[in-house]
Structure formats: C-alpha cells, structure tokens
Design a binder for this molecule. Structure first.
Ligand SMILES: Nc1ncnc2c1ncn2[C@@H]1O[C@H](COP(=O)(O)OP(=O)(O)OP(=O)(O)O)[C@@H](O)[C@H]1O
Ligand SMILES: [Mg+2]
Length: 295
C-alpha cells in the first residue's frame, strides 16, 4: 500500500475552548497507481487528511504508513513524503505567491537547488502539460490570470517538483461547468502521461463517479463506507443522510423507485439510466401479469 492510515485522530487547538476534533480514529488505505476519491460533507476532515498525507501535521494517536514505513517514527525522513506527494490546496490561488507565472512555477525547483537549465526545462514542460504555452505565459502577472488559469499554474507548480502522487483538494469548486470539465480532463491526462497516483477530494459525487477507481465516504472524521463508484451509489439512503447529493442519473433513478421499486440506483450515466428504465418497463408488466413480484 502507498498510504495506510490506522486509527488516526487529530484535534485542532487541543485543550482550548476552540478545540475541533477533525479526525476520530480514521482507518483507510490508498493504493499506488489508482485514482482514490475522498468524499464527505463540510468539516468531515477531508482537508485535514490532505495535511496528514503531505506530512504537514502529525496526527496522534494513530499510525500512518507511507510505502510501509511508519511516518511517526523518529527514523522516518519527512522530506521523503514531501518529495513524493504534491498538493493542490483547496484554494489554489492561495498557493500562488510570485509576481509572474514563470517565477511561481520555478519556485519549488529553485528551493530544491535544481540547476538553472534543468529548472527552466521543468517549468516549460509543466506549463505546457497544463495547457499554458510557456512563451505566452511565463512573463504574465499571476494576479491577472483567470480562476481556471490560476488553478493550472498551481498544478504546474506541483508538477515541476515531479511528484509520484498528486492530491487535489476540491479543485473544481467555483468553476463553471466548462471549466470543471476541462480541469477533470486535464487530471485524467496528467495521470496517464506522468504515471501518477491521484487523490481527489470532493464534497459531491458528481465528478468522482466518472474519475475514481475507489471512493471513501467520510463522516465527521471517520470512514463511513468505501467502494467502487457503482458500489457507492447503492448506498442511496446513507448518502442522503450525510447530505451528499447523488449524481444526476442516480438521483433520477432514486426518484423513479417510487413507481419502479426494483430500479437500481447505481447507474453512472444517463445512458445506463435509460437502459435500466427500459429494463424495468419491459420486465415489470410481465411479472405483474403473472402475479410475481419483480426482482
Ligand atoms: N487550522 C484549523 N484550526 C482549527 N480548526 C480547524 C482547522 N482546520 C480545520 N479545522 C476544523 O477541523 C474540522 C475538520 O475540518 P476540515 O477542514 O478538515 O474539513 P473538510 O472536510 O475539508 O471541510 P470543507 O468541505 O469545508 O473543506 C472542522 O471542524 C474545522 O472547523
Ligand atoms: Mg476542506
């Protein structure tokens, strides 16, 4: 396993009147090479997990393994995890702090004392990889970029450090539908081209059912349930209770259950929904006519 979290707890501002229990005995594993989604309502502890995975906070009690090594042990070099894991934080704008795009993306390599020519190559490749042509963008002022472009610059800054894993914390929040689609396509392309492990944090299932291999649903600092997208969509009632909206197709399937009780809710696309509806409308009358309850 790439990451293994065992019984992790974390309380912010412990011992003060403002103490907030963010993780409460959370256990989960994340495999290399996959896209894993962490989904949960606000304050479920998603961004806290991001900080744990980045080696920025050390939770206690609990144990956290990276590639089988105990991150909490004194012999573990935290730089190892910081090199391997790149983070696109919840508000990517907040991780851009240089005046120009080129300077911002080269910040990481410069800090790591990467030789100038190599750093320039990394910046160029990373900007091209996120669809921002180097010559056009390197001298642009970062404050003048659009929201979508800022996110791309933040991603390029992470790519320039050549991580093994990239964690995206709610990367599409605030983008319009087209901006979302483009960013999701970019993530899929980057994963394939750079052979990355992706961890994708979201408060909704809409995007992740098409993207993730595995989804972990979180509730108040704990794991509620895990599964493939299709498995997760069978938990319709549990998801509603957590205030996690079903994606469009699954949500229509759920309402149709009132008239077609055997309707599956784990339909991922509108095409799958259509197939399920026609199955129900064909099967239901046959069973009804023979006095048999439809399966
Ligand atoms: N830096 C902090 N200081 C104090 N409390 C914090 C801090 N960060 C998070 N918390 C608290 O910890 C809990 C979990 O927060 P976290 O940000 O991990 O949740 P989240 O699932 O990412 O939520 P959101 O969907 O709103 O981003 C919340 O109660 C939050 O108020
Ligand atoms: Mg968050």
């Amino acid at each position: 396993m790439l990451f293994e979290l065992r019984n992790l707890s974390h309380t912010y501002l412990r011992g003060t009147p403002f103490a907030a229990e963010a993780l409460r005995g959370l256990s989960l594993s994340i495999a290399a090479g996959q896209t894993t989604a962490l989904v949960g309502p606000t304050k479920a502890g998603k961004s806290t997990i991001v900080d744990v995975l980045a080696g920025l906070i050390k939770p206690s009690p609990g144990t956290f393994f990276f590639e089988g090594a105990d991150v909490g042990s004194s012999s573990f070099d935290v730089e190892r995890i910081r090199t391997a894991v790149g983070i696109v934080f919840q508000s990517p704008e907040a991780q851009i702090f240089e005046e120009t795009v080129g300077k911002d993306v080269s910040f990481g390599p410069r800090r790591r004392n990467v030789p100038l020519a190599e750093s320039r190559r990394l910046v160029q490749e990373s900007l091209e990889a996120v669809g921002l042509p180097y010559e056009d963008f390197r001298s642009r002022y970062t404050y003048a970029l659009s929201g979508g472009q800022k996110r791309r610059v933040a991603i390029a800054g992470v790519l320039a450090l050549q991580p093994q894993v990239i964690v995206f914390d709610e990367p599409t929040a605030g983008l319009d539908p087209r901006g979302r689609r483009e960013l999701l396509d970019l993530i899929v392309t980057l994963k394939q081209r750079h052979n990355l492990t992706i961890i994708y944090i979201s408060s909704s299932l809409d995007e992740v059912v098409h993207l993730a291999d595995v989804i972990h649903v979180l509730d108040r600092g704990n794991l509620a349930f895990s599964g493939t997208p299709s498995e997760i969509l069978t938990y319709a009632h549990e998801l509603t209770a957590l205030d996690i909206a079903m994606p469009e197709a699954a949500s229509i399937a759920l309402s149709l259950r009132e008239i077609m009780p055997a309707m599956r809710t784990n339909v991922l696309t509108l095409d799958e929904l259509e197939a399920e509806i026609s199955k129900q409308t064909i099967i239901a009358p046959i069973f009804k006519n023979r006095g048999i309850k439809a399966p």
